[in-house]
Structures are given as C-alpha cells and as structure tokens.
Design a protein around this ligand. Structure first.
Ligand code: NAD
Length: 509
C-alpha cells in the first residue's frame, strides 16, 4: 500500500519497513518511567498520525499530572540515591558513549520513526537528525571528565573552592521539528552533569524520545534517571513546568509558550527556566556579495530545509536593491529542486509539514502575505493533497515590507520574504526589526562591513558568507524574544549545574 503513485524501489523498501512496524504494532507509544514502558495512569491515549499520508500509526500515552508526578518522584529518588549523580564523571562518560553507539546501531529504526512521525525526508533523518543527536550525546560524554572546577584567588588564610553541582531534577519540554536532536541538546548536558531528567516530547512527534530512553537504559543508565512522559502541552507539559520538585526547566518551543514557562515558574517554586524560542532570521545580502549564486543557494537551501520548520530558518532575505533581481532570479531557479515529495523516498529533499494544523497556519500566512500586498512569485499552494498528507510548495514573496505580518511572525513553513534595502543603516534596521534575535547572515566581500554589520545585529549567531555551518563547540540560542538559554557547547553545562562555594579558613600554625 502506498499513498504515492509510483514509489521508487528505495522508497518501497522504507515503506515496507514502515508498514511492517504498523501492522505488527511495534510502534510503542507508552511512557518510559523508572526503566520501563507504562501506560498513562488514566489509560488515555491519542492518535499518532503520520503527516506523510494522514494514517494513524498507533497510540501515544496521554500523560497527565499524575504521570508527571510519578516520573518526577522517581527522578528525585534516583537523584538523591546518587546512582547516577554521584558516579564519577568518567563512569557517566562511558554510559553516555555506549548510548551514542547504540543509537548508531539503531540508526535506521530511529530515522524511520522520525520521518514517519514528523514528515521530514528520510535521507535527512539518516544524514542529519540521527548523526547530530549521536554527536551531541557523545560530545558531552567526552567533555564531562575534562571540566575542572575552580579555586578562588583569595588571601592566604582561606581556600575557597567554586564547584559545579547538578541542579537535581531537570524538566525538559521539546518541540516537534527536530525531535531527537532537541531532546539530545537537553539530555546530553543534563545527564552528563549528573541530573535526573523528566522529558516531555511534543505530542506531534513523541516516538523517538521514548526509544532513545530505552536505548539509554540498555547502555547502562540506571532506571529512573531518564523518564519520558508524552502528552499534550496543556496537560503533561503544564504539570511538569508547574511541578514543585523540578529544579530547572529546559524549554525549546514557541515564544508564546516560552512566556508561559516563566509564569509557571513564578507560580510554583521559581525553578530556573531556560527558554530556546522562535526566530525570524535575516539573511542580509550586500551589493558586494561576491557570488550571487552562492548566496542564493545558501538562503534557499537553509530556508527550505526541513520544510521551513527550523527555528533558525533564514525566512527574511534582506537584499540590496542593486543585486536583488539577480539574487531572486537564482532563488527562483532553485525553488523547483525543493518540491515536496514522498518523505520515504531517499531522493526527496522536502517532505510533509508536521500536521493539518501547521498546514492551515502556513497557508493562512500565505493568504495574509497576498492580502497585504506582497507578490507571491513562486509556489503558494498546497500540493499532494491526494496522498492524505500535508505538503506545501516552496514559496517566495517579493516586495515584502518589514512591517508586514509575513516579515514579523514566524511562519514555520517553506515561505521566504524578500525585503529590499538601499544602504547599510537600513539593512541593519530591518535585520533588527522584529521581536526575535536568533540568527542572521551577512553576505559581503568587505571585511570592515562584514564585521561592522555582524556586530550591529542583535542575534545569538551571525554567520558571515555562509549559513548553518556550526558544530557542538559553539552555543545555540537567541537574543530578545528568541529566549535566554544556550544549547550546545560547554556553556550549556551552566543551565544544569549550580555553583557552590566552599570556604575553608586556614589558620596559621
Ligand atoms: P510549542 O511552543 O507549541 O510547543 C513546544 C513544546 O511545549 C511541546 O512539547 C508542547 O507540547 C509544549 N507545550 C505547549 N503548550 C504548553 C503549555 N501550556 N505548557 C507546557 N508545555 C506546553 O512549539 P512547537 O510548535 O512544538 O515548536 C516550534 C517552535 O519551537 C518554533 O517557534 C521554533 O522556532 C521553536 N524552536 C526553537 C529552537 C531553538 O533552539 N531556539 C529549536 C527548535 C524549535
């Protein structure tokens, strides 16, 4: 059975594997608490719907406050018992390394779950999501027995040691766009530093989080140190964020819900909240860009990647009027290469939007763009509706003003807004002219200009003459309403540790 008319032989292999998983009911949507699979206490579930063709893959446990409470209690118990928190860093390292190895051994299975659950092309689940999640876990494993604490430069009559201690029980709430990777960005540093964790995946993509936790347990992570409670945001998510025994909350998601996290913390135990939120990143191309083709390829490749469902998607192309037509022409020439197709076909580069709601949201923004006077010069339509899945063409708007809705709000779909400027000051003003500050890119051959503009843009990362090239060694996070937390790099350890000073007086002989 296939929803796509003529699947390739390679696509058929993946589809057969998917069909077998569903037919044999091997898609386990139960929670993972205290080292075992459990149904939600009330027995409630919800459908796990594949955006590829709208079919129901299985059932996901609908976690509620009681399930979250059970998971937090187990996490607290294991933390206090020290089964993980008091292991030597080198011992934790070995377990995390084994976990990363097991994920590699299960890479096909994890990639298939991710693609089925969330709609991204299988080639990217295999070449991006699984390897980056593995790299993240392995990186924190490797790092954790090389991080030293401090001795303060006090007078000779004292020894003041400044040490990092695990915060205790970490709550993590993650989105659906990179389910495994966003989970890994929380779990890597939180577990490496010795915390116990309760994670709530998005209700739109829960499968890989539970599977990752099972593999962690198989790798030697003691039961109860990592717990996964799937469910809806307003149920399981809210219960976790409001829980009085959660010490720190790592949240990745929308700015709207990130705002709530701060309220939940204020209404409960003032838990530390680290928000990694939305973006509306500017891709700024000056008239001394050098290669128009390279810039166009970078903006199209990054924006259309993951169906435009990336927090750092360069969704605003801010381009000098002298080169705007040339850059746009190149972008339009590339758009056809990003047409949506069967996510299970390894040649597909753009898959399905995550669900019917996201499809409506994206089409709604496209309508608003047209209504506000922007010119839709490519795409703009839903396609492949006959498959039962949720697909939108790569879409480009020209003649966008920065005060239009499509330039101000995060669309989270394959929609590019082209905004023209006349001089550097205007370019900076436009780049900074949204509530967000996640990433940006500056394209110029001028050394002074590249540095000047990179400094002037208020964003967590500014790329120069490239986009998307980064690795585990650098932090990821935003300024302004893109949040306050930083994932990746050694800086992420700060979120999951408290600084403790031990002051010892040294008396003279
Ligand atoms: P979302 O805010 O709707 O949901 C994120 C998570 O929060 C989900 O698990 C959801 O169930 C939960 N949630 C929703 N309402 C809640 C509530 N009232 N209480 C507690 N939890 C609640 O975001 P999304 O649609 O899943 O993801 C897309 C967003 O994530 C985009 O804005 C994107 O930019 C952002 N994002 C940011 C980064 C980053 O690193 N800055 C990375 C990936 C995604």
């Amino acid at each position: 059975m296939t929803a796509f008319s003529s699947p390739s032989a390679q696509a058929r292999i993946w589809r057969d594997r998917a069909d077998a998983l569903v037919a044999e009911q091997r898609l386990d949507g139960r929670a993972w608490i205290d080292g075992q699979r459990v149904a939600a206490q009330g027995g409630a579930t919800f459908d796990c719907v594949s955006p590829i063709d709208g079919r129901v893959l299985g059932q996901i446990a609908r976690g509620q406050a009681a399930d979250v409470d059970a998971a937090v209690q187990v996490a607290r118990r294991t933390f206090e018992a020290g089964v993980w928190s008091r292991q030597a860093p080198v011992a934790r390292k070995k377990v995390l390394q084994r976990w990363a190895e097991l994920m590699v051994q299960h890479k096909d299975e994890l990639a298939l779950l991710e693609t089925l659950d969330m709609g991204k092309p299988i080639q990217y689940s295999l070449s991006v999501d699984v390897p980056l999640a593995v790299r993240c876990i392995a990186w924190y494993a490797e790092a954790i027995d090389k991080v030293y604490d401090e001795v303060a430069p006090t007078g000779p009559d004292a020894l003041a040691m400044i040490q990092r201690e695990a915060v205790g029980v970490v709550g993590a709430i993650v989105p659906w766009n990179y389910p495994m990777l966003m989970a890994a960005w929380k779990l890597g540093p939180a577990l490496a530093t010795g915390n116990s964790v309760v994670i709530k995946p998005s209700e739109k993509s829960s499968l890989t989080a539970m599977r990752m936790a099972e593999l962690a347990h198989k790798a030697g992570l003691p039961a109860g140190v990592l717990n996964v409670v799937p469910g809806y945001g307003h149920e399981a998510g809210e219960a976790l964020a409001l829980h009085m025994d959660v010490d720190a909350l790592g949240f990745t998601g929308s700015t709207r819900v990130g705002r709530k996290m701060l309220t939940y913390a204020a209404e409960s135990n003032l838990k530390r909240v680290f928000n990694e939120l939305g973006g509306k990143s500017a891709f700024v191309v000056f008239d001394d860009v050098g290669s128009v083709q390279r810039a166009a390829k970078a903006v199209a490749g990054s924006l259309f990647f993951n169906q435009g469902e990336s927090c750092n998607a360069p969704s605003r192309l801010v381009v000098h009027e002298a080169v705007a037509d040339a850059v746009l022409e190149e972008v339009l020439a590339m758009a056809p290469h990003h047409q949506p197709a069967d996510p299970l076909d390894p040649s597909t580069v753009m898959g399905a939007l995550v669900d019917a709601g996201q499809l409506r949201t994206v089409l709604g923004y496209i309508d608003q763009g047209k209504a506000q006077g922007a010119r839709c010069v490519a795409g703009g339509e839903q396609v492949l509706a006959e498959t039962g899945g949720y697909y939108v063409q790569p879409t480009v708007f020209d003649g966008v003003r920065n005060d239009m809705t499509i330039a101000q709000e995060e669309i989270f779909g394959p929609v590019l807004s082209v905004i023209r400027f006349q001089d550097e000051a205007e370019a900076i003003q436009i780049a900074n002219g949204t509530p967000y500050g996640l990433q940006a890119s500056v394209w110029s051959q001028g050394l002074d200009r590249a540095h000047r503009v990179a400094r002037a843009i208020r964003a967590g990362t500014v790329h120069v003459n490239q986009y998307d090239e980064d690795d585990m060694t650098v932090p990821f996070g935003g300024f302004k309403q893109s949040g306050n937390g930083r994932d990746k790099s050694l800086h992420a350890l700060d979120k999951y540790t408290e600084l403790k000073t031990t002051w010892i007086r040294i008396n003279p002989a």
